[in-house]
Design a protein around this ligand. Structure first.
Ligand SMILES: Cc1ncc(C[n+]2csc(CCOP(=O)(O)OP(=O)(O)O)c2C)c(N)n1
Ligand SMILES: O=C1C[C@@H](O)[C@H](O)[C@@H](O)C1=O
Ligand SMILES: [Mg+2]
Length: 643
């Protein structure tokens, strides 16, 4: 047997450089590169291997481990899971920092390879710097925290273990039904240990991303449910995008006249003005989708996880006759809502189902309902996009901070409304631009009102809704789409939580644009608490008041433009419509990353449409408003499915 003498880390790099995927006959390299933050736990092991020979892998320098891993997730998501980045951290805090990102990847079913350094396998120098030391179990390290949030986890305690472990890592990363975070913990001594690896381990490997074909029985089941149904409704989930099934979906929907709603991950599979595209569905859905979903007698969920936001906590589908047909590569998802299951690829299934339903002479029984619902929504959209502050102003989310609007207006120096700003952006950004989001009030607004004019221009992480994803993932999206303008859509709270890789975007000359909507509050959470009977508590950005001892003094002002300018970004402060138009026009001309600090009034985001969301409200409370809200919640719960 021919062997090659390498350290474990050198072998790992060589292996990663030789992984490819094939999808629909097209082959491409699977691992684009590696984000690194070096410390004693990885610099002389994996760091040495990368310095010596990184092969075709591009090596980036991250700023915060979570931030760089968000960039890696953004990249893989935008590449529809066909190409990934690896991320390596040191031991202890560096490793712990990536755990949140592992969860983000796993919740969203996005492949990312995490390579945290680990404490010594030999234990000779223990306790090493940054070792936690659990008295009851010396095998536990920080990296065991990844187990709960990884789809595959391993620790390489001997160099030869690398081989089967990495082959398994590739199995999970390239399997659409299994994918998510893969964590391979690398003890810092083992990284540098030598082994005679068989040359065959480094051969070029092509992992086929298979389209799992539905069985005849699965299609029979689906046809049997559908053929008696008059008001079918499709939920277009992320799986439609990952399976590249948009054309098949359009053909299917058009043939049988079936409207479809979009989840956050599925949005922009099909452009917004397709006549059967009703737009966002669920808790953060719009009027058109939610009206039709309520009456649907069969829901065809394609590539959707059916989160509580998508189903409005199982409340949305109110027709007593409703049945579900779930098309999903993951049987776990296919089994949800007690559905008829087609455990298979979206495109393959839609094609098979289309020909069978056609043979049955199937057609939905909609008359004008689809066009009427969409017209209603378009009129509402037009209203939202044109809301301006005036003397008798009533904000969209009314009755919470109405008496504080003037104070906000003065402190922000702006009376721009959030929906107007988004409406202007919808017009001003190029059709090919990609918007990136994750948390706060923006995902709800964007799912409802954003109008993608080209496919795959909407990138929302709403599986984990992790504050701090937006800016960092925008870098990953830019690396995946170097020719497009990329816009991170972020609130003040989320920007402050984490924007570390903004500096990396400057370092890499990879221009991203940050659209920051500063409303001086954790706006959506303020809406949530006040909408459930509480007061405003701990969610507005206010100074501590020496008189009350509470955080209820004047508002905290932040100049975000100045903050980003310090990193080298071109920045803009926006308080008027004219300034916004000028900033967008100028930002397009820049080659460096930009930040547009837009001051918007709180409570001017969109509110709900025909939807509901279950939260755990207090059953007893001093405030009657809280108890009343709990009663209302229980009344809605009665309308929801039990499982
Ligand atoms: C890491 C993380 N921590 C906490 C939350 C809970 N959370 C969701 S939105 C939000 C506030 C967001 O504020 P901001 O970014 O200003 O957006 P706004 O709602 O004001 O538009 C919080 C704390 C979260 N989603 N992610
Ligand atoms: O708690 C939350 C409420 C949602 O409105 C928000 O978008 C999300 O980020 C979140 O974490
Ligand atoms: Mg805010």
């Amino acid at each position: 047997m021919e062997t090659i003498r390498l350290t474990m880390a050198q072998a790992l790099v060589k292996f990663l450089d030789n992984q490819y995927v094939e999808f629909d006959g097209k082959e491409q390299k699977f691992v684009k590169g590696i984000f690194t933050i070096f410390g004693h736990g990885n610099v002389v092991g994996l760091g040495q291997a990368l310095e010596q020979d990184s092969g075709g892998l591009i090596v980036h320098q991250g700023r915060n481990e979570q931030g760089m891993a968000h960039a890696a997730i953004g990249y893989a998501k935008q590449k529809h899971r066909k190409q990934i980045y690896a991320c390596t951290s040191s031991v202890g805090p560096g490793a712990a920092n990536m755990v949140t990102a592992a969860a983000t990847a796993t919740a969203n079913r996005i492949p990312v390879l995490l390579l945290p350094g680990d404490t010594f396998a030999t234990r000779q120098p223990d306790p090493v710097l940054q070792q936690v030391e659990q008295f009851n179990d010396l095998t536990l390290t920080t990296n065991d925290a990844y187990r709960a949030v990884s789809k595959y986890w391993d620790r390489i305690s001997r160099p030869e273990q690398l081989m089967f472990s990495m082959i398994n890592a590739m199995r999970v990363l390239t399997d659409p039904a299994e994918t998510g975070a893969v964590t391979i913990a690398l003890p810092q001594d083992v990284q540098g240990e030598v082994y005679d690896y068989p040359v065959s381990f480094f051969k070029k490997r092509v992992h086929r991303i298979e389209r799992r074909v539905p069985t005849r029985a699965m299609i029979d089941d689906a046809v049997n449910v559908m053929k008696g149904k008059k008001k079918p409704f499709i939920v277009c989930g992320g799986g439609v995008r990952y399976s590249e099934a948009a054309e098949a979906l359009k053909s299917f929907a058009e043939k049988f006249n079936i409207p479809f709603g979009e989840t956050q991950a599925g949005k922009s599979a099909v452009v917004w003005d397709h006549e059967l595209n009703m737009g966002g569905i669920g808790t953060t859905g719009n009027l058109a989708s939610n009206i039709l979903a309520k009456d649907a007698d069969v829901v065809i969920g394609i590539g959707t996880r059916y989160t509580d936001f998508t189903t409005a906590s199982k409340w949305l589908f109110q027709n007593p006759e409703v049945d579900f047909v779930n098309i999903n590569v993951a049987s776990f998802d296919a089994y949800k809502l007690d559905a008829v299951k087609v455990v298979a690829d979206a495109k393959a299934t839609l094609e098979a189902l289309e020909s069978r339903l056609e043979a049955e002479g199937y057609k939905s029984a909609y008359n004008n309902e689809i066009a009427d619902a969409k017209d209603k929504w378009k009129a509402e959209l037009n209203r939202l996009f044109n809301i301006k502050y005036n003397n008798d102003f009533v904000p969209e989310v009314a009755g919470h901070l109405d008496d504080k609007m003037e104070e906000y207006k003065e402190m922000l120096g702006s009376s721009l409304t959030q929906t107007r700003v988004i409406g202007m952006l919808d017009e001003l950004l190029d059709d090919s631009a990609v918007v990136v989001g994750a948390s706060g009030s923006l995902p709800g607004d964007l799912q409802r009102v954003w109008c993608p004019k080209e496919p795959n221009t909407y990138h929302m992480e709403y599986g984990y809704s992790c504050m701090g994803y937006e800016v960092n993932a925008a870098l990953g999206v830019k690396l995946a789409e170097p020719k497009r303008e990329v816009y991170a859509m972020v609130g003040d709270g989320s920007y402050m939580m984490l924007h570390s890789e903004l500096v990396t975007s400057i370092q890499e000359r990879a221009k991203i644009n940050i659209i920051l909507l500063d409303n001086m509050e954790f706006g959506c959470i303020n809406n949530l608490q006040m909408g459930h009977g509480m007061g405003s508590f701990g969610t507005e950005m206010r100074h501590r008041n020496p008189k009350t001892g509470l955080l209820d003094d004047n508002l905290v002002k932040i100049d975000f433009a100045m903050n980003a300018a310090a990193y080298g970004c071109k920045t803009y402060s926006v308080r008027t419509e004219e300034e916004l138009a000028a900033a967008i026009a100028d930002a397009k001309k820049q080659e460096v990353s930009t930040l547009i600090d837009i001051k918007v009034l709180p409570k001017t985001m969109t509110n709900g449409y025909e939807s509901w969301w279950r939260v755990g409200n207090a059953e007893v409370a001093e405030k009657e408003s809280v108890v009343n809200a709990t009663k209302e919640l229980k009344a809605e719960l009665d309308k929801a499915r039990r499982y």
